[in-house]
Design a protein around this ligand. Sequence first.
Ligand code: ATP
Ligand code: MG
Length: 443
Amino acid sequence: MTLQLPEPVSQILLQLTNAGFEAYAVGGCVRDALLGRTPEDWDITTSARPEQVKSLFRRTIDTGIQHGTVTVMMGREGFEVTTYRVDGEYLDGRHPREVSFTPLLSEDLKRRDFTINAMAYHPDQGLVDLFGGARDLEAGLIRAVGVPEERFQEDALRILRAIRFSAQLDFSIEPETLRAIAAFAGRLQLISRERIQTELNKLLKSPHPEKFRLLYETGITQILFPRFDEMMVLAQNNPYHCCTVGEHTLRMLTHTPPEPVLRWCALLHDTGKTTTHSTDGRGIDHFYGHGKASAEFARQFLRDLRFDNATVEAVTTLVHYHDYSFDMTKANLRRAICRVGEDLFPALLQIVRADTLAKSLYAQERLLPRIQQLEEMYQEIQTDKDCVALRQLAVNGRDLIAAGMQPGPHLGQVLNQLLQLVLEHPEWNTREILLEKWKSLNV
Ligand code: ATP
Ligand code: MG
């Protein structure tokens, strides 16, 4: 078994070994290399103490010295070198009370979360695989190292890590491990929102976002996202739909490009259906105003998960407008672009398409040709450089003042009125015409 290591990694291993220490590539990079994927970063584990690592290399950074991690700089690239360690007692389900160093590689591997993440490799020693990680990699299984209940009790974040790895790698979760996940789901309450956000983000942008279903099946959504449980049982008796709101959401995720903003929008786009549900005299379900209701829910949900403002705004806007009417004239389309924002509009088209692909065949037959038309019209608007924003208007505040208008807040209103005219008649977007129009607005 030979793995291709990057030159600087081989160099670090060699230098540590020559100085009489043990050293291995370890964890995610070994897993990814075995899978034939390019690892994002290479972590090294060693019997050398941090001070010893620092004395062996010219340039190092104390990244997490209290946890035994030193970053070794090789050219411009940094590599984390961590001393073999065991985690002390976990008292709070989140953090080990203390970490201590150990001379044994086996102890270091034992503290790791899953068998596929607990392998080490050295060019001379080959693969060190104490828990059957290679076998599980072959079988496509996420299996806890040791007793699953104990491992999830120690650190509840591992519950989410298991599911996100299963989504990233398209692996199943080994039954004992899965049972323990369900049993300890409640412990996720102990985990910080930031760390939950990171894991959910990785899960959603993975090649298998539909594995989100596992969060429902193991009772995790009940803790982190109870609204989703309601969605999973909310039927939609409507010719445009073929399944519950939750099932539709999971389907839509698979049709959505793997961009976090788009995937979060897909996840949250129908969250407002639970509060806007009505049934008409013919027994057909409706969800009037659910775009707005979903946007309100999404904003709060993303804020609670400590998302940055830009992400919250982008997702919320897309959610709000995802159900835009399809019977659009070109002028209406320009107005929609103006309202949603030019930057975000292409994303909205992707959302509308993904949403439709997750609806009934009846809906797809009716809506897909219209979406196609919408996309073509959008292209024309782009090509013709039609004005769809204030900053593209042929006049600005200074022009109006130069033409005799008093400065003040009124200026903005006039510019907006002119913009509305131009959205309807793009050919009016010249200085001459607009100043003319402004005079007629004035009378
Ligand atoms: P990726 O970087 O792709 O998310 P990874 O496996 O490299 O995946 P990291 O979070 O970078 O994951 O962690 C590196 C290694 O540290 C893991 O492979 C695993 O061996 C160990 N590890 C990380 N987090 C935990 C944890 N919560 N419990 C136990 N071991 C962990
Ligand atoms: Mg990693």
